[in-house]
Design a protein around this ligand. Sequence first.
Ligand code: C5P
Length: 222
Amino acid sequence: EQLINIAIDGPAGAGKSTVAREVASRLGFVYIDTGAMYRALTYEALRHQADVHNEEAVMNLLKQMQITLGSEADTGLVLVNGKDVTEEIRFSEVTGNVSYIARHEQVRMEMVRKQQELAKANRTVMDGRDIGTAVLPEAEVKIFLTASVEERARRRHEEQLQKGMPSDYESLITEIAERDRIDSEREVAPLRKAEDAIEVDSTNMTAEEVIESILEIVGKKA
Ligand code: C5P
């Protein structure tokens, strides 16, 4: 059986995790949410009141951390040293700081090492910002999933309202745009489309349509 990897990159809130999780489940692949790893480290840094801009302080925490991502049965589960932080890593304080943590070169080297290790053992669908460009440059299928910033904010807004969480559409636009700016402007492995990635603009597509178009691209490669 061929070990194939599917890389899904793109800006914040483009629906990567929803789509990647479902594509993985339908293909029987393992889904790896690399953003959750940067979020877990950010959560630890905030909890320890470490300066997110201080690479050495952040690296010291990372060295002491065991990050575990849930397996097929419990996808979405994120553990740090055995403690369940699945909900905490989605808190707005984490979201607002994660892009600063993700700028550090040593942090990225260590995360990429862990991610490559995970991809070696399984057929994976991995989502993030630098999967096609840096983590799995040899991935057989590379997708760059985008949507307009207004549409991404609108989806996030509805999601939060549905969960009964407070939400402000205008601030979501600002937050998402700012995170994309920091992720795109960083020196190490910035967010960008790999040359051989296929761009899928989901602005006017449903999740199911995006999933099917990715499965079709995968089918052509197999
Ligand atoms: O995917 P998600 O929005 O959860 O990612 C959170 C943040 O983690 C991103 O905004 C980015 O700063 C960082 N990240 C990254 N490289 C990845 C995945 C996420 O820099 N491969």
